[in-house]
Design a protein around this ligand. Structure first.
Ligand code: FMN
Length: 706
């Protein structure tokens, strides 16, 4: 989901130890100093050597900060109340674009005011002199594009332009930068989606074959209703899907910046396109209402009827039928055929023993994944993208499927409620993108997702799960994987009972996060249950475990305790210490120095500037995501400071001094200190800058337990 604002915080909930839960974010000195390492561990407090402990820093402005936060929250709710009209927003956006600071990208690239073919129709400023007069000083360091082919795409707007070697005299004839990123959104393709003119021959044929289109639906709906009755779901599980309504488009909740690097200048959206598309774009850059008819047009799809199975049906024959069906709009394909969709020729994917960086909304952005690749991750996956938003051609959502060339085993993750939306989405992805696998998120605990009948809600609807997996895997030959939690409700684990089916329905792999939706992040992941599921899975289905891995010992334990596991996925462990991948590969606890950690942050900043841009907007977007990430990194306690090695993911750090000032700064859970770190990498923050992390990873006392 494109940076989902408030909702993403639910993903960030920090594990609360089963033992005891201190209410302060940093455990106080006295508490820690008077207790033995064993006692601290029992209380899930990091046993830091006594000589490094210190009282929690007094922050005189803490109260003020809270007041400010409260005020800003209330003023933001005021803003919400006085919601600006779209016209007003559009006017403001235009004014902002015309400000001298928003120099036309063409003019910036070439240094030549006549280079923009839109002249005075261009949205951006052409006033070079005014731009130069207002441009802040260059930042320290080299332009991130110095080593890439071709000149810096930001030209004069680059905040490191002093280090450019190119002269603008005479302009640059063909300033095309060969990007190492793929899966950019094609404008013509986007327009088809906006106009609701996209065809989905493969998905629709497959849905028809499965009986998920046409008159069979109402019969099948009855089946699902029956299943609902059997589920006896209690309150709190009331997705719109229960009434058969199709999922509505998720709001793209980019509040401050475009989370996914949707920087039009970087991603090659030409000014021409923007001008042409004006008639189609609303103020948020999204499609006009027209596209919504996608939702209106399709009625709700229900599940496939299992009856009338024709085992032994030649899969080649079925594929041929699908192809045949695809070739005509007016096809009449038998719906009584058992479509053993996984028998379609499927590309192979092998996760065995590979270090898999989990999909991570907001923080698992492309620069972060690139960094993890450098540090040893084998598999990377994009942030969760909502099917409906992709089907509507929302640029911010499509930005989530972008891939860097370093991501050599890469998947995208999608989330949808119904077989039709998911099948159509996978068809689009296969057609438009280079991906090695497509993961369907059936474990997302976020309320707005669950209330739409997607994510972990599907765990209460195995028949619909089946429909989704069969429809997706029968539509494309790209491997389909699914990610689940152990259950929706605590104490009602159910994955073990469907794990074999998941393979039969056509999935190549399943990742099991060892917690229920209700649990969110409370309690430790239930690895015994994950093992049980892995043992029940057919050999053809790869099973990956997920939850709380924070050291190479955790990794080794799961591999040796359960050889049936194909591999494991790592999420928060990678956020807090991305060198965890190196530790696993090199089988050691790395007592990393603060200097080495700073180098990692520098690398991230460079990757961020390359992705989001080296102009002022790109610098601030990079800073924003760096700060989001720093709200996790501060939870790392250096190995050399520990009384008990290794640190566990669910332990809370006390307040401590590092071995030098930088290490102390890096341990701080104060946003003001994270800003200081960002200034070491990206220069001073602009006047009036504020930051509040989306993922309040240090808010132990605010952990939501669902
Ligand atoms: C900040 C954050 C964002 C996440 N975003 C996603 C996501 O987009 N898709 C998903 O399937 N899981 C997401 N998760 C869940 C993780 O992938 C993982 O399943 C979970 O954190 C448990 O693994 P861990 O104990 O290693 O953190 C997110 C978790 C966090 C902390």
């Amino acid at each position: 989901m494109a940076d989902e604002g408030g909702t993403a915080t639910e993903y960030a909930v920090v594990p609360v130890a089963e033992a005891e839960t201190p209410t302060e974010s940093k455990v106080d000195l006295e508490g820690s100093q008077q207790q033995t390492a064993e006692e601290l561990v029992a209380k899930a407090i990091v046993p830091v050597k006594k000589e490094f402990l210190r009282p929690p820093p007094i922050r005189p402005c803490d109260r003020k900060d809270e007041d400010l936060e409260r005020k800003s929250n209330s003023s933001s709710s005021n803003v919400l109340k006085e919601k600006k009209s779209k016209r007003q927003l559009k006017r403001e956006r235009k004014q902002e674009q015309k400000s001298p600071l928003n120099l036309c990208p063409e003019v910036a690239k070439t240094g030549d005011v006549s280079s923009c073919r839109y002249n005075n129709k261009c949205r951006f400023s052409h006033d070079l002199e005014a731009f130069k007069a207002q441009k802040p000083d260059d930042l320290e360091g080299d332009c991130p594009f110095l080593s890439s082919e071709g000149p810096c795409p930001f030209g004069l707007a680059c905040r490191f332009s002093g280090t450019h070697k190119d002269s603008f005299a005479g302009g640059i004839s063909n300033p095309v930068r060969r990007s190492s990123e793929v899966n950019g959104l094609n404008k013509d393709f986007q327009k088809l989606l906006w106009k609701n003119k996209m065809k989905f021959p493969k998905a629709d044929a497959q849905l028809k074959l499965l009986g998920l289109l046409g008159p069979a639906k109402s019969e099948l709906k009855k089946l699902e209703n029956k299943e609902e009755g059997n589920q006896a779901l209690s309150n709190g599980c009331h997705a719109t899907g229960e009434n058969g309504c199709r999922e509505a488009a998720s709001p793209s909740v980019y509040d401050t910046v475009d989370a996914s690097g949707n920087n039009e200048h970087v991603e090659g959206t030409s000014v021409a396109d923007e001008i042409e598309d004006d008639s189609l774009v609303n103020n948020e850059g999204g499609p006009l209402k027209k596209a919504k008819s996608l939702n209106e047009e399709c009625s709700s799809f229900t599940e496939v009827n299992n009856g009338g199975n024709h085992f032994g049906q030649d899969p080649g024959h079925i594929s041929a039928q699908i192809e045949e069906a695809s070739s005509t709009d007016n096809f009449a394909v038998r719906t009584d055929i058992y479509v053993n969709s996984h028998q379609r020729e499927r590309k192979l994917i092998d996760f065995r023993g590979k270090l898999y960086l989990a999909p991570l909304t907001t923080v698992g952005n492309l620069p972060f994944r690139r960094l993890c690749k450098v540090l040893g991750a084998d598999v990377t996956c994009g942030e969760m993208a909502m099917c409906t938003n992709l089907l509507q051609g929302q640029a911010s959502e499509w930005a989530l499927v972008r891939r860097h060339s370093a991501e050599d085993l890469f998947g995208v993750q999608i989330c949808g409620s119904y077989p039709d939306t998911v099948a159509r989405t996978v068809e689009l992805i296969q057609q438009e993108c280079a991906v090695d696998f497509i993961d369907i998120n059936m474990g997302c605990p976020i309320d707005i997702v669950v209330n739409r009948g997607a994510g972990s809600f599907l765990l209460t609807k195995p028949t619909r799960m089946k429909g989704i997996i069969q429809a997706a895997s029968g539509t494309v030959d790209t491997p389909i994987t699914v990610k689940v939690r152990t259950a929706y409700f605590e104490g009602r684990n159910r994955v073990d009972s469907i794990v074999a089916d998941i393979g039969d329905w056509g999935a190549s792999a399943v990742t099991i996060h060892g917690r229920s939706r209700q649990q969110r992040y409370s309690k430790l992941a239930d690895w015994d249950y994950i093992y049980q599921c892995a043992r029940r899975a057919p050999k053809t289905l790869q099973v990956l475990g997920n939850g709380d891995i924070f050291s190479y010992l955790d990794w080794n334990k799961h591999q040796s305790d359960c050889p049936e596991l194909t591999s494991c996925m790592i999420a928060r462990g990678a956020l807090i210490k991305p060198w965890l991948f190196t530790e696993i590969k090199e089988q050691r606890h790395w007592d990393i120095s603060s200097g080495e950690r700073l180098d990692i942050l520098k690398n991230y900043a460079k990757f961020g500037l390359e992705h989001w841009g080296s102009d002022s907007k790109g610098v601030e977007t990079t800073r924003h995501f760096l700060l989001e990430w720093l709200s996790y990194t501060c939870r790392y306690v250096p190995v050399g400071l520990l009384d008990v090695i290794p640190q566990c993911l669910n332990w809370r750090p006390p307040s401590y001094f590092g071995r030098n000032d930088l290490e102390t700064l890096m341990a701080s859970d104060s946003a003001a200190d994270w800003i200081k770190i960002s200034e070491m990498l990206l220069g001073k923050v602009p006047a009036g800058f504020t930051f509040a992390p989306k993922h309040k990873s240090n808010a132990y006392d605010r952990a939501e337990n669902g």
